[in-house]
Design a protein around this ligand. Structure first.
Ligand code: HEM
Length: 737
């Protein structure tokens, strides 16, 4: 073990102490060439003796890995059974104390002290002691599970000079997190994160935390979260476009890094109205964020805290890079704060409970408008905290959800069914999200199997009783959410991914209604402030992706194993094959409701153009009948090649519904050439123009499109529409020639 002094040991983050042995360099999933240091988890499962990803699927896992994992598990179980980990305190203390007691009053005092130190005077917390080698070579929370099964809901883990209390009991977790939360601080976590989050909400304790929490929580009011739904939808749509290209090109995709980019784009806009646009390209600031994030992860897993060594920290190229990255982020945040301050000064809005600037609904804007009077440094710390808290967590949830879906095609099928029914082809609204009940259960269940983070860290700042055992001040505590969520006594089929365990019409599972056996967002006063945000974000992204694509593990993809960072990462990414879904044939339907501004005279009066946004929001269009569905038709013969094979199920129409603007997303076919035709009868008023196709570089009626494409049709002044959109496709250009 690397920690050499007690001070270093006290400051040492958990994994430095628990899992340093086989740290190795690896490339992150992002293709940027960044490197990060992570602990390897050679056992891919969650101690369940079943599936490769610890989800009970038992499918698709590598038999060699499985065997290795089983062997490691059996080895650990044998070592636990042999008593290797069991502290023998009272057994050897007793004869010694008896001998001392015979020496008269001073000896009696020494004996009493010895007995007390060894815990012989009262109930003693079960202890596990052992060598590092027993738990290295895997993500550190994995071996804690077997130790939990052997030693129970609270036990002490001793490594050399350092000891930790491992809590896996819901009642004790509730006591620490909720009932007596004042007796605990963030301890080691605050020390690890100080360099990046300063006194932001996650590491802060005491008064700073109280004041900042009171300022930040109101910013995430319902109207804000509702407004975020369209942000989630748009960002997910950008990801869909990227996947669509990959599907066209027949390229496999590394989903973990794409999810990381998706959630970075979302959180940048949501917290300080900054568009990282990391799904499109890597710029300096995106790179700086990743350098900083990886440093935080590295510090939590590094065997040697080099960043604390006086001269080394100044000359180390890595530290230099981190400092430069932090400087760039700070500069950017300062600029954003300044811009936002000016906007707030100029705006004419009254601040109230559900205050939100429509142009900039960000949390930063809310804080400044609320008159939050803090230093720029504190504001930066808070923004940075939320950036990190809301980025990696949501990305990890999506990564493991899609991993699970690839293992459970039946769940995927149900999910796709729901997305088709609820969303159709529209961007989700808040009402849709509420109806996406099964999708929500999938996220709930994914968070049960892969909680992010898998352990919560605390330090006792007062004496307390935990599970009937007295504990002193300064105890470092890990609440293993992983163990709580997989406790075999509490959960039927604890390791099985089973979204059906949560009834659709039941309450959303949380720590309160599950009595702290399930706490995906923590509990008590330090519960996540972004729980609703994150749930909606992951639900929207999941529904939008599965609606368009099927996801399978890519052939030859590396096995999906776990490593510990701030959240659970995969060791080598989540490489998937993405294919566009094909839909059942659409029966052409040429009936079309009429849009008119005069309900009594639908056929002849002229309607005003109707904004897509207002339609999407369900606004009443002054008596106009809002059409409910697109009308479309398709041909199954390629007029171009007269009979080549054509994929008739190969396209999809996207919301908003047919009013002023319709968007047609051409997907689901390996398009080599396709013709869009715009089929009359289209009855327009007087001599007004027919629909105009437009896209990046107009698409006109009869145009040939290549590859994936958006087409948008806009029409105006229409009193009656009967439209047929047709696509003539060919999947095989050579055959057509
Ligand atoms: C699925 C995604 C997310 C998960 C699983 C998650 C999980 C958690 C958990 C378990 C905690 C409690 C930590 C502890 O008690 O030590 C927490 C705290 C926190 N989370 Fe989240 N979170 C997620 C998304 C977000 C988002 C999107 C934001 C911000 C927009 C956010 C902001 C925070 C903050 C500021 C705290 C600290 C609260 C405090 O200490 O008062 N989280 N999160």
């Amino acid at each position: 073990m690397a920690a050499t002094s007690s001070a270093a040991a006290a400051a040492a983050p958990p994994c430095r102490l628990l899992g340093s042995g086989q740290a190795h360099l690896r490339l992150p999933p992002a293709a940027s060439g960044r490197r990060r240091l992570l602990l390897r988890c050679a056992a891919s499962g969650g101690n369940n003796g079943k599936g490769g990803g610890g989800d009970g699927s038992g499918s698709g896992s590598d038999p060699v890995l499985e065997e290795r994992r089983r062997r490691r598990q059996a080895e650990l179980a044998a070592r636990i059974a042999s008593g290797e980990f069991t502290a023998q305190g009272p057994a050897w203390i007793a004869p010694l104390a008896a001998g001392l007691a015979k020496l008269g009053p001073p000896g009696e005092l020494a004996a009493a002290l010895l007995t007390k130190v060894a815990g012989g005077g009262g109930p003693e917390i079960p202890q596990a002691v052992g060598s590092m080698s027993a738990v290295t070579g895997q993500a550190f929370f994995i071996p804690l599970y077997d130790l939990f099964l052997a030693y129970g809901g609270i036990f002490r883990l001793n490594f050399g000079p350092k000891s930790f209390l491992i809590v896996s009991d819901p009642a004790i977790a509730k006591h620490i997190l909720r009932d007596n939360s004042k007796a605990y601080s963030k301890g080691i976590l605050a020390e690890i994160l100080e360099f990046v989050m300063g006194t932001g909400l996650i590491p802060a304790d005491g008064d700073i935390w109280r004041v900042r929490r009171r300022a930040i929580v109101p910013a995430m009011h319902q109207k804000y979260v509702t407004a975020m739904i369209s942000l989630f939808g748009e960002a997910s749509n950008r990801l869909c476009q990227k996947l669509d290209k990959a599907a066209s090109d027949g390229e496999d995709v590394e989903m973990e890094s794409l999810f990381s980019r998706l959630t970075l784009d979302v959180i940048g806009k949501a917290v300080f109205n900054y568009d990282f646009d990391s799904l499109s390209y890597d710029n300096g600031i995106v790179e700086a964020v990743y350098v900083t994030l990886r440093e935080a992860e590295m510090r939590s897993t590094s065997p040697i805290p080099t960043w604390e060594i006086p001269i080394w920290k100044d000359i180390s190229p890595r530290q230099k890079k981190v400092n430069e990255a932090l400087a760039l982020i700070n500069k950017t945040l300062d600029e954003l704060i300044d811009i936002c301050k000016r906007l707030v000064e100029e705006e004419d809005l009254q601040f109230h409970e559900e205050y939100m600037n429509e142009q900039d609904p960000s949390i930063l804007h809310f804080l400044l408008a609320s008159g939050d009077d803090v230093s720029s440094k504190q504001l930066r710390d808070d923004l940075m905290t939320m950036l990190i808290a809301g980025h990696e967590t949501s990305a990890a949830v999506l990564t493991w959800t899609f991993y699970l879906l690839s293992k459970y095609p039946n769940v995927m099928a149900k999910l796709q069914d729901e997305a088709d029914t609820v969303l159709g082809d529209r961007l989700p609204t808040i009402e849709d999200v509420k109806k996406l009940k099964y999708t929500t259960r999938v996220i709930n269940e994914s968070l049960r199997l892969y909680p992010q983070p898998p352990v919560l860290i605390r330090r006792s700042i007062e004496e307390d009783m935990l599970g009937g055992y007295p504990i002193g001040r300064g105890e470092d505590i890990f609440i293993s959410v992983w163990n709580l969520h997989r406790c075999p006594k509490h959960w039927d089929g604890a390791d099985v991914f089973n979204p059906e365990r949560w009834p659709l019409d039941g309450p959303n599972p949380n720590e309160t209604n599950q009595n702290f056996s399930y706490l995906p967002f923590g509990g008590g006063p330090r519960k996540c402030v972004g729980d609703m945000f994150a749930t909606f974000e992951t639900v929207v992204a999941t529904a939008m992706l599965v609606r368009r694509f099927d996801f399978q593990m890519a052939p030859g993809a590396p096995p999906v194993e776990m490593t510990t960072g701030a959240t659970i990462h995969t060791t080598e990414g989540l490489k998937m094959t993405v294919t566009r879904r094909t839909k059942p044939p659409v029966i052409p339907n040429l009936e079309m409701k009429v849009i008119s501004d005069s309900p009594g005279n639908m056929s002849s009066t002229t309607s005003m153009p109707v904004s897509a946004a207002s339609i999407a929001s369900g606004e009443d269009q002054q008596g106009q009948i809002v059409p409910e569905a697109f009308i479309y038709s398709e041909l199954d013969t390629c007029v171009y090649c007269q009979g080549a094979e054509v994929d008739t199920n190969a396209w999809e129409v996207l919301a908003p519904p047919m009013t002023a603007t319709a968007q047609i997303l051409l997907v689901d076919f390996d398009l080599i050439h396709a013709q869009i035709f715009f089929n009359t009868p289209l009855v327009l008023d007087s001599d007004l123009r027919a629909a105009e196709w437009d896209r990046a570089g107009d698409v006109a009626r009869g145009d040939w499109l290549a590859g994936f494409s958006w087409a948008q049709v806009t029409w105006q002044w229409i009193s009656r529409i009967t439209l047929t959109f047709g696509l003539v496709l060919s999947t095989d250009r050579p055959a057509c020639r």
